[in-house]
Design a protein around this ligand. Structure first.
Ligand SMILES: Nc1ncnc2c1ncn2[C@@H]1O[C@H](COP(=O)(O)OP(=O)(O)OP(=O)(O)O)[C@@H](O)[C@H]1O
Length: 332
């Protein structure tokens, strides 16, 4: 049986902030960042924590990583309590929060890793071996980055070094907060491949936050969707796609000079988006049963002098799931 690596039980967190009221006045305000979040993450899986801005993703990651104390609820990492046994929890964790934090600009990538490795208690040959292994694993040597100063690093190199640092102690649990944000495709791909290998081949438990739905779908075994501090949906990407009303999208590109708006009057669609580009119209029509309207639609377009350049019917994507739950708000 797979072991539970992270267990979160009814986590709640409020922040006290001040809202400006005019030039000199401000009013205290309570932000309910987490309103009771419970989940489990097992060894060997990548679990995506997804949600719109301000949903509570970073707050959750910070609580699990012992950087923030919850107001209510509990969480454990390999059975150690995140508040009462924070030191033990930290020994089990590799955390990647923001890209640059804590690295020394005047040290090379290799020296930075050696420095943090020493802080974590690695020494001598063991430390050197681990650092060389990680420089290879993250392809930093290949990019000529091992002996370059950190201040000269590109964003992609910084992210790779950040992940290397999180792996120094070879921890069984990784918390990765938007690890590919702003990266070029090769760096993002390298990190995604590595994350999957670390979970599936080495059995690490990985909590992964991202805004990128394409990424979530290819990296995550399971997804937890949060909105306004609550879990609104949970499952594999496939399960989530079947959890929303089976709305499909007719994707049409047509060429013509007339107005397309009259075409859609009388057509029973949920939503229609029209985007004119260079003499073409890019049209998206969301409907439950495309087969019921497609004939009429094509006839109307042709009778009004439009050429159909392409026509596709698309199944719901993870992005549709995300938008559906974000718009729907919190299930009560
Ligand atoms: N230190 C803080 N003080 C006050 N409010 C905060 C603080 N940190 C977060 N918040 C608020 O708590 C809520 C949850 O924030 P959090 O950063 O956890 O969300 P998120 O899902 O990570 O968002 P994003 O996708 O934008 O990074 C938001 O309303 C945010 O404004």
């Amino acid at each position: 049986m797979r072991r539970e690596a992270i267990v979160a039980e009814d986590l709640k967190k409020r922040y006290m902030t001040k809202k400006r009221k005019g030039l000199l006045r401000s009013e205290k305000q309570v932000v309910e960042a987490l309103r009771g979040i419970s989940f489990k993450i097992y060894e060997g899986e990548v679990v995506g924590l997804l949600g719109p801005n301000g949903a509570g993703k970073t707050t959750t990651v910070k609580i699990i990583s012992t950087l923030l104390i919850p107001d209510e609820g509990n969480a454990w990492v390999y059975g150690y309590h995140v508040v009462n046994e924070a030191k033990k929890v930290r020994e089990k964790l590799g955390v990647m929060l923001t890209v640059e934090k804590g690295f020394y600009g005047k040290l090379t990538g290799r020296e930075n890793l050696e420095y943090f490795g020493a802080l974590y208690g690695l020494k001598g040959k063991e430390l050197k071996k681990r650092v060389e292994y990680l420089l290879e694993l993250l392809e930093l040597e290949k990019l000529g980055a091992g002996d370059r100063l950190f201040e000269e690093y590109s964003l992609g190199m910084k992210a790779r070094l950040n992940l290397a640092r999180a792996l120094l102690r070879d921890p069984p649990v990784l918390l990765l907060d938007e690890p590919t944000l702003g990266l070029d495709p090769p760096s993002a791909r390298r990190i995604r491949e590595l994350v999957k290998t670390l979970a599936h081949k080495q059995g690490k438990a990985i909590l992964y936050t991202t805004h990128n739905m394409f990424e979530a779908e290819i990296v995550c075994d399971r997804i937890i969707l949060i909105n306004k501090g609550k879990i609104v949906a949970e499952g594999t990407p496939e399960e989530l796609k079947t959890a929303i009303p089976k709305i499909k999208t007719i994707n049409l590109i047509v060429r013509g000079t007339g107005s397309v708006d009259s075409i859609f009057s009388g057509i029973n669609a949920e939503k229609v988006y029209v985007e004119p580009t260079d003499g073409l119209y890019n049209i998206k029509i969301q409907v439950y049963k495309p087969e019921e309207i497609i004939d009429i639609l094509v006839k109307k377009l042709v009778n009004n002098g439009f050429d159909i350049v392409s026509l596709k019917i698309e199944e719901p994507t993870l992005e549709d799931v995300f938008i559906y739950f974000a718009e729907k708000g919190v299930k009560q």
